[in-house]
Write a protein that binds this ligand. Structure first.
Ligand code: PGA
Length: 257
């Protein structure tokens, strides 16, 4: 347990059509009160505005984030969405470098770094996701992959901007698989990430940064994971699609405060 305010994100990925997304947002707005835990949900692009609108109307303490963003402010970039467009839709946080963007879509570390810098420059909060694949883990490369992705992703970020950065440690083999890192394994990876941030910035920056765990977190395993010293929240995929499960994880986070 730490003094850092827990941060729980719900990554809805390419799920839920408009009615379902709005209904889920409304259900969460009814269930979630209090502000001991920071909360954000990440709907698909077309539903950012309706979800942000209902959450705003309900006065819910839930921010709306985007699952991705492009670096340029406007112009001939077919299919991309700019930071100012997202801000127009009520988006305050962007997720960058999710493993599905890295490994399915093929995003590279330099592009991820450009996105982090552009988002911070635009005044957004950023969640930078890092994590090793099963092959990398079995080859004992977990720490070098995580610290490498951090080093690339955070290159050029200032100490001041780090106040708006959250790291999500998401072992790729645990995402959507039902396999979860053990609390000890996850804690060790988080500790190494925090040490790397202390090395890149300084100890004060490292002590302040939140590091979320992502990878099959659910109400049944959240408390044990969130009790670890260096685990400051979660980035939740599957379990964020059900209001009761997501609220259960937020409750587990609130219990650590
Ligand atoms: P999961 O996804 O909770 O379904 O494993 C986590 C994520 O991809 O952020």
């Amino acid at each position: 347990m730490s003094t850092r305010r827990p941060f729980i994100g719900g990554n809805w990925k390419m799920n839920l059509h408009q009615g379902e997304a709005v209904d889920l947002a409304l259900a969460l707005a009814d269930k979630i009160t209090g502000d001991s835990v920071q909360i954000a949900v990440f709907p698909a692009f077309p539903y950012l505005l309706p979800v942000a609108t209902v959450l705003h109307e309900k006065g819910a303490p839930i921010a709306v984030g985007a699952q991705d963003v492009y670096t340029q402010s406007n112009g001939a970039f077919t299919g991309e969405v700019s930071l100012s467009m997202l801000q127009d839709c009520g988006v305050s946080t962007v997720l960058v470098g999710h493993s599905e963007r890295r490994h399915v879509i093929g995003e590279t570390d330099p592009l991820i770094n450009d996105k982090v810098l552009a988002a911070l420059e635009a005044g957004m909060d950023v969640i930078l996701a890092v994590g090793e694949t099963i092959e990398q883990r079995e080859a004992d490369k977990t720490d070098s992959i995580n610290t490498g992705q951090l080093g690339y992703g955070l290159a050029g970020v200032s100490d001041e901007q780090m106040k708006r950065v959250t790291i999500a440690y998401e072992p790729v083999w645990a995402i959507g698989t039902g396999k979860t890192a053990t609390p000890d394994d996850a804690q060790r990876a988080h500790m190494v990430i925090r040490q790397a941030i202390a090395f890149m910035f300084d100890q004060a920056v490292a002590d302040g940064v939140r590091i979320q765990y992502g990878g099959s977190m659910k109400p049944g395993n959240a408390a044990e994971l969130l009790a670890q010293t260096d685990i400051d929240g979660g980035l939740i995929g599957g379990a964020s699609l059900k209001a009761d499960d997501f609220a259960g994880i937020i409750q587990a986070a609130a219990a650590t405060v």
